[in-house]
Design a protein around this ligand. Structure first.
Ligand code: MG
Length: 368
């Protein structure tokens, strides 16, 4: 994995790596940028700076959060090879131990809300990518850049808050080196079909020190140094990895919440009542205006008919909605858990309707 070692290598070695001709099948795995910009394009505009409020306090995790680092120990972390994580922990703070390599969570995660607090080395050392560089790899594959970008210039897609090599942050919300900064991250894992074809790319949203800097962006491949790598078919979970880029970047208060998947209806929940056909003459007897209450707060609806069903006009809705018959007195809305139940007098004349939408219902009298 070149990304973990790139800046640890002497420049000469990097040249050798770059000049090595890769295998043809390896080249085919490269994903082209979708932004129109070459990766790390120095001409790509850098985002405007915003100065977030200067006070940062550690935000306590919600009670149901999975605590990844609470200031005491690294039990939730290990090396990519599965050895105990060996970064420095002191005074409640986790610090990159340069040369120790990356650390990652023992657990794998998919959709998450992730909270990370970090601080660049102070006083600052180096420039560009060689200044307080670390990173948070979501699912172990998508790097959210950690860098000292306070009054410091580098390529836009590599500064603090960038989805590395792909999306610069919308704003530079960096705080000075030494000050604590907060990333609030929402991550949605990629979706694949049963054959492993990508259906939906991953999505990343980031708030940096209270400023939205990544707005539901979709990486076009796994972030990587120089070229993005393709999505790995069917992989929907991975560890959170913190990058060792050779700089003593500090972290504290790292926690996440796993996000549930929205449920789809099962077959029994998709069962719908059978729609019947009613004579047009009967439907005509349901037409008219219905009202509950009086004055400006009165509820009103107007019912007309159209090709075997009813049209219901409601205030505050620009278009009427269809109501389909499942019996002589009960009509349902096709896309809403809603029904109209008509009421009649002793003489059998339609004189009202009860309209239920979800858990709300009201009964309206026929006035016309
Ligand atoms: Mg980095």
């Amino acid at each position: 994995m070149i990304r973990q070692f790139s800046t640890l290598l002497p420049t000469g070695l990097l040249v050798i790596l770059a000049s090595t001709t890769p295998q043809a099948d390896e080249r085919e795995k490269v994903v082209e940028p979708k932004s129109g910009w070459r990766q790390h394009e120095m001409n790509r505009p850098r985002p405007p700076e915003v100065r977030p409020e200067s006070t940062t306090v550690a935000i306590p995790p919600p009670r149901d959060a999975i605590i990844l680092f609470d200031g005491n120990e690294l039990g939730a972390w290990q090396t990519p090879e599965g050895r105990p994580a060996a970064w420095k922990v002191e005074n409640g703070v986790l610090e990159v131990s340069p040369g120790a390599g990356p650390i990652q969570t023992r657990q794998s995660f998919g959709d998450i809300q992730l909270h990370v607090e970090w601080a660049s080395p102070a006083p600052p050392v180096g420039k560009g990518q060689d200044r307080g560089n670390s990173g948070i790899f979501l699912m172990g594959r998508f790097e959210l850049q950690v860098l000292d970008s306070y009054n410091a210039r580098t390529y836009a897609d590599g500064q603090a808050g960038a989805i590395y090599g792909q999306y610069p942050p919308l704003f530079n919300a960096s705080r000075p080196p030494g000050e604590w900064q907060i990333y609030e991250i929402a991550f949605r894992h990629p979706r694949f079909d049963a054959k492993g074809n990508l259906e939906e790319p991953a999505r990343i949203t980031v708030i940096h020190n209270g400023i939205l800097i990544q707005n539901n962006e979709e990486p076009w491949g796994q972030t990587n140094w120089l070229e993005a790598a393709p999505y790995e078919p069917g992989i929907t979970q991975g560890p959170i990895q913190l990058q060792d880029h050779g700089h003593p970047v500090r972290f504290r208060n790292i926690w996440l919440r796993k996000l549930p998947t929205r449920s789809a209806p099962v077959a029994s929940e998709l069962r719908r009542p059978e729609i019947i056909t009613l004579p047009d003459k009967y439907l005509a007897s349901l037409e008219g205006e219905y009202q509950q209450g009086h004055g400006p707060s009165a509820s009103k609806l107007t019912i007309s008919r159209e090709e075997g069903h009813l049209l219901v006009r409601l205030p505050f809705r620009p278009r009427p909605v269809r109501a389909l018959p499942i019996s002589r007195m009960v009509f349902v809305l096709p896309y809403t858990d809603a029904e109209l139940t008509f009421q009649s007098s002793k003489e059998g004349v339609i004189d009202g309707v009860r309209m239920r939408v979800g858990d709300g219902d009201r009964t309206l009298r026929k006035i016309q």
